[in-house]
Design a protein around this ligand. Structure first.
Ligand code: FES
Length: 306
């Protein structure tokens, strides 16, 4: 059974120290990445290690480790190649890409090549549908792949080179990536990616601007509150709610009490037709995208960006 290095133990202490002492179990997710960074997967020894340092039992740790697909339960190659075969990528050829890799590498889902370099898996949506079909190598993206380019990428990996992803930082091996996921910065030059979003990513935004579609009442200058400000706002809201209680209580006392589960008397109900017209109007406006906005406070249901 693996005895984890002193360096890993020190890092484990550092991870645990990031969380409040009475909630140290919150450190479990990064700790699982940490043990994976040493062994290349979450072994029974890794489970035992996490349980020991967090004061949990192995069943509790195992339940978490087996829930998330990013924690590998079997020895995994240096290069985890994930091919998206979810809906969007699939209609664009994702399955053909996966099938080509299966045939070329001679492995199936979650299997590793005999030389231990590449583990293949098919993946659910990788959140890059606008670049489909996509595959990732240790979670870095290769966009718009086809069978030929995908096979080229794995051949480069097996030959010992690191092909350049379509975007993001330089490739690193699975153990290195696991260490980053545990919360430790990659110190290599070019480790951090730069640059804005690609054109396919902002296509929806461009179309919205083109057609004058905006979110009603959206203010891009809305300040982001600090934690202290958010807490103060919550305290004020609570105080306001408390202050409103006596009025609500006296209003309630005036009403006739009735057993729980009884329907409201007709006199309490809103007049028939009170809600339907509002719904009808808003649906109509939304469908047409051009309702009469003269009466709206800012008149900004559409055209705000024009
Ligand atoms: S369906 Fe492939 S990235 Fe979303």
């Amino acid at each position: 059974m693996t005895v984890f290095s002193e360096e890993t133990r020190a890092r484990a202490r550092e991870i645990i120290a990031r969380y409040p002492a009475d909630r140290s179990r919150s450190a479990l997710l990064p700790l699982l990445h940490l043990v994976q960074s040493e062994e290349g997967y979450v072994s029974p020894a890794g489970i035992a290690f996490c349980a020991e340092v967090l004061g949990l039992n192995k069943a509790q740790v195992g339940a978490v480790a087996s829930f998330y697909t990013m924690y590998k339960r079997r020895p995994t190659g240096d290069w985890l190649v994930s091919v998206c075969t979810n809906t969007m990528c699939n209609v664009l050829g994702g399955q053909e890409v996966y099938d080509a890799l299966v045939e070329h590498l001679g492995v199936g889902h979650e299997e590793t090549t005999a030389d231990g370099t590449v583990t293949l898996e098919h993946a659910e949506c990788l959140a890059a549908c606008d670049y489909g079909p996509v595959m990732t190598v240790n979670y870095d993206f290769f966009d718009n792949v086809d069978p030929k380019t995908a096979v080229g990428v794995v051949d480069e990996l097996r030959a010992g080179s690191r092909p350049t992803p379509s975007r993001g930082a330089r490739l690193c091996q699975l153990k290195e990536m696991s260490l980053q996921l545990a919360g430790f910065a990659d110190e290599r030059a070019d480790a951090v990616a730069d640059g804005g979003p690609g054109e396919p990513t902002v296509r929806g935004l461009r179309l919205a601007q083109e057609h004058g579609i905006a979110v009603t009442g959206f203010d891009p200058n809305t300040p982001i509150r600090s934690k202290a400000e958010a807490e103060q706002a919550a305290a004020e809201a609570k105080a306001k709610a408390e202050a409103a209680k006596p009025a609500a209580a006296s209003a309630g006392a005036a009403k006739e009490s009735r057993p729980a589960g009884y329907a409201k008397p007709a006199s309490d109900a809103k007049p028939a037709g009170d809600e339907a017209p509002v719904k009808e109007r808003s649906l109509k406006d939304a469908a047409a995208g051009m309702g009469d906005t003269a009466g709206s406070p800012a008149g900004n249901e559409r055209g705000a960006d024009q």
